[in-house]
Design a protein around this ligand. Structure first.
Ligand code: TXA
Ligand code: MG
Length: 354
């Protein structure tokens, strides 16, 4: 398939490009577009056959449900059977924005988009290109992150091209995204809402608004044992190894002096074994490592910069063809919880205390 690639300004969107993208979605095709979190791979969410093409293009397991993206609150009526009070509070405060809510679905939403579940995840993104494409398509758009299943989510169009060129109808390049990690997912069908995936909207922000909130244990677990072998994450996607670079990634946690020492000594050994080493450092530590591929993920003073750089760095290590990656850890509160959640999964739970 020949993939059309078009570039538009993210604020003053090019209407011709939007109309072309909308028409492709309407006729059951696939279009990748930017949102404020990561790039999404969109199809008509009310059309099971169109949604099936998403699974094929990504190589995604069919029990992993898709998020429906809307461009105005009115669109909720056709897809959601009930809006609990807590959901209203969250919607008023954080929509449009990087938050996905899980509701009970209406019968019209096909099981082909919800992975067979009776619930549906809905997101109202805060990005002009996404909003205009949804409006032009005139239907909720089902959109997972626009990466091949298991690879880091795309934060720029070039990442989407790497994974999807030739497999989808169109890629709309609207520049680099602002946030860089996927939306916070909150299940509002239970009396006390539950965070299923952490993101830019933090537990603290949700608690401040609605009081109590639970967190699915897969979000914070630092080992497979903590989760328990039979436990099924409430967001089916959280069970898959995800966000993974090609090289084996291990994280080292503890006093930063010890971490730097440990990573330096491991790199020396790896280099003598003929391995190419990548290190995920911070602005604060990047000059203290002696391996050749030291990449700074941002400064500890600004967690948002770390979130934004994360997936690009994991992809860069693939391009540099490193054999092993060593990483520092980050605080696991606020936005740090989302960063650590993604990194721990990228590391396949290889995390050591030093
Ligand atoms: O920021 C985002 O949310 C991005 C952009 C493109 O909007 N999208 C995204 O989609 O991250 P995806 O498909 O990569 O991740 C969706 C997650 C998966 O873990 C999936 O299992 C979960 O949402 N999910 C979808 N529907 C659900 C439902 N009804 N109940 C529980 N989890 C659900
Ligand atoms: Mg994804």
């Amino acid at each position: 398939m020949n993939t059309i690639i078009k570039t538009t300004d993210a604020i003053n969107v090019n209407k011709d490009i939007i109309n072309e993208a909308g028409a492709i979605i309407k006729r059951g095709g696939l279009v990748a577009f930017p949102t404020e979190t990561v790039y999404g791979l969109g199809a008509n969410g009310m059309d099971e056959e169109a949604a099936a093409k998403i699974y094929a293009a990504k190589g995604r397991p069919s029990d992993n449900p898709l998020i429906l993206h809307i461009s105005d609150i009115g669109m909720l009526e056709d897809i959601v059977s009930e809006i609990p009070e807590n959901a209203r509070l969250l919607m008023d405060k954080f929509w449009p924005g990087p938050m996905t809510l899980v509701f009970k679905k209406k019968p019209g939403v096909p099981y082909g988009t919800t992975g067979g579940l009776d619930t549906v995840a809905v997101r109202y993104p805060a990005h002009n290109v996404a909003l205009e494409i949804i409006s032009a398509a005139g239907t909720p758009i089902a959109a997972p992150s626009a990466n091949t299943s298991g690879r880091p989510s795309p934060t720029k169009a070039s990442h989407v091209i790497e994974d999807m060129d030739g497999k989808i109808d169109m890629i709309v390049d609207g520049g680099e995204v602002g946030i860089g990690i996927e939306s916070t997912i909150i299940d509002v069908t239970s009396e006390i809402p539950m965070i299923l995936r952490p993101g830019y909207i933090t537990k603290g922000m949700v608690e401040e608004l609605i009081g109590q909130v639970q967190v699915d244990k897969v979000v914070i677990a630092k080992s497979i044992e903590e989760i328990g072998g039979d436990y099924k994450p409430k967001a089916p996607g959280m069970k898959y190894r995800h966000y993974a670079p090609k090289a084996e990634l291990t994280m080292y946690e503890g006093d930063i002096e010890n971490v730097v020492k440990k990573i330096n000594s491991l790199s020396e050994i790896a280099v003598t074994e003929g391995k190419k080493v990548g290190i995920i450092a911070t602005e604060e530590t990047k000059n203290r490592y002696n391996a050749s591929k030291v990449v700074s993920i941002g400064t500890r003073k600004d967690e948002a910069s770390i979130a934004k750089g994360l997936y690009g760095i994991l992809r860069d290590f693939d391009t540099m063809d490193v054999d092993v990656i060593y990483s520092e850890t980050f605080y696991d509160d606020d936005l740090g919880q989302a960063i650590m959640n993604r990194l721990i999964k990228a590391a396949g739970y290889r995390i050591e205390t030093v």
